[in-house]
Design a protein around this ligand. Sequence first.
Ligand SMILES: Cc1ncc(COP(=O)(O)O)c(C=O)c1O
Length: 398
Amino acid sequence: MHMHVARQDGTGQRNLLDQLTLDQLRERRSVKWRAYPPDVLPLWVAEMDTSLAPPIREALIAAIERGDTGYAHPGRAVEAFAAFAESRFGWRVDPAAGAVMPDVLRGIVAGLEQVTAVGDGVIINPPVYYPFSSFIRFAGRRVVSSPLVERPDGRWVLDLDRLGDDLARSDVTAYLLCNPHNPTGTVFSENELLAIAELSARHGVRVIVDEIHAPMVFPETRFTPFLSLAERASAASSAFVLTAATKAWNLAGLVTGLLIAGPGATADLERVSKAARHGTGLLGVIATQAAFESGGPWLDTVMRDLDANRKLLGDLLARSLPEIRYVWPEATYLAWLDCRGLDLGEEPAEVFLRRGKVALNAGLMFGRQGKGHVRLNFATSPGILAEAVSRMAEARHA
Ligand SMILES: Cc1ncc(COP(=O)(O)O)c(C=O)c1O
């Protein structure tokens, strides 16, 4: 296996995605590394193959040394996020309008419980992060699909006409938006967000935005936090936003999310029950606070390394699988690959797993728009990425 692909940016700084060997990664007990047998390269679920950012590692080790494993106190996690949001996005968050939640998905459910009734329709934009549908159903609400559309250049965008029609439906009371969008990597522009807010206000639909990937927007793209539009758009003022440090700093196993209410939704936030808030772990809160307070430099470095992988993946595919269509994501480390040109059937992920021993996310999980697509997680070493693409190329011929 050719495991070493040299860095080419001349910085000489160590690649944060190339610190751990494959053998070390295989010792991990997380789902990414345990769900498949050891001959499979796992490039699926959204975990990164990095070590912990040093400030987070130190905060966690200090907590372990104190024996500090009692019930979670929210500490200054929301305040730390507010300072991060102001310095990164120029967005001022009132810490009193934020709450620590067990995780983002349960924060979404808590938000839906405040702004919708059982049986109401909730809009999502497939192909989209598949737990959205299951958690909407789990909350007793109904999924209303308003799909993104693929532009001729391969970028997935909102269909505002269709969205307007869907928001006008009498059974729809909420819109669950994912920005940055998983799996397509699209970051919606300020104008698109204003259009969403305008349409939602017109039809009395409440907006909940999942911004978990927002810390991971690549430098060429500007990210607009939905709540930063609150003074200009009433639907932004009445929105809920979910965020977390768990994607950008790879802390998913520590299970902590933040629910932030717009200025017009603070009364709804206060109604979120203790039961809905229950379940955060103290180590998650400690790690989240450390990430937002002191994890910025590490995040900048990992984004540099992810950017290199984003390009490397393009080069590797152009060389050995040119039939796959790949548009660089504007954020995060998930590549949404259109494999229809390979003629591997509706679910190419099955072929890549069976013949190539590479685990990817199956496109149809994200909605029927995902037919012939796979989602590939490139937050791994350049060597593993190169090996995975080489196995995928061989799988096509097998
Ligand atoms: C868009 C999106 N939302 C939520 C989550 C999961 O968040 P949590 O683990 O806090 O529920 C993910 C994880 O990949 C995600 O991509």
